[in-house]
Design a protein around this ligand. Structure first.
Ligand SMILES: [Zn+2]
Length: 233
């Protein structure tokens, strides 16, 4: 992808920024990549989000995270990314909020550096030749931390229909969640039937990273998911 030249990434690394940041080189692998019939679309109709009232503390000041989406994504892809951002905004219930914009067309290095200095995140469309795609089974890679960063979507490794799920997972990393091998959305291995919504385990990791009260956040409930009723929090 042309708008994010390697030298910009290199200069960010050299500036020492990378030392401050959490880099998550994830192996977000298609679970059924090897053999078998093409998986059918998973039936998500049995799943829904809780809908708690917005916490009173929201008026005290909403924390916002700005996400710029690469213009190399087409309209259908942008819509899928938008759906992931919307779901996280619902889950975060106003305590933290994603604001979304499009990257300017053909941004200069200077413009990109300015965006990065503002603490924003950039969702960049790359392909398997990009340095961020070095991990051969990765579908995406998130590099950054409190000061913003990049979500690299390795778009030639999966279809558009999986983009919302992949972005739900990556935005979990943006919000500070790590991987949970026994988890659903934040499993290190992508499984369409498991990663289609933001489950309580993913929300709990984000709540912990962002110092948010888990009880005031929303999450996905449905078959096989923990609805929180039987746990201590
Ligand atoms: Zn991951």
């Amino acid at each position: 992808m042309s708008v994010l030249p390697l030298r910009l990434v290199a200069s960010l690394v050299i500036s020492g920024l990378a030392l401050l940041l959490l880099g998550i080189a994830l192996s977000f692998t298609p679970a059924r990549a090897a053999t078998g019939p093409a998986p059918r679309d998973y039936d998500t109709s049995a799943y829904r989000y809780t809908d708690k009232p917005a916490p009173a503390s929201v008026s005290a000041g909403i924390r916002t995270l700005t996400v710029y989406v690469d213009r190399d994504f087409g309209p259908a892809e942008r819509e899928r990314i938008g759906l992931a951002l919307q779901q996280w905004n619902h889950v975060l219930n106003g305590l933290v909020r994603f604001h979304t914009g499009l990257l300017p067309p053909d941004p200069s290095d200077q413009a990109l550096a300015q965006i990065r200095r503002s603490g924003a995140w950039i969702v960049a469309k790359v392909d398997s030749r990009h340095p961020a795609a070095r991990e051969r089974t990765a579908l995406a890679m998130t590099v950054g931390g409190r000061g913003g960063g990049f979500v690299y979507v390795i778009a030639d490794r999966f279809g558009t229909r999986d983009l919302t799920a992949v972005m739900l997972h990556e935005l979990g990393h943006v919000l500070g969640a790590g991987h949970d091998p026994r988890g659903h959305l934040m499993s290190p291995v992508y499984d369409r039937s498991n990663g289609h919504c933001i489950d309580r385990g993913a929300v709990a990791m984000v709540a912990s990273a962002q110092h948010l009260p888990l009880s005031q956040l929303n999450w996905c409930v449905g078959p096989g998911l923990d609805d929180g009723r039987y746990s201590s929090q």
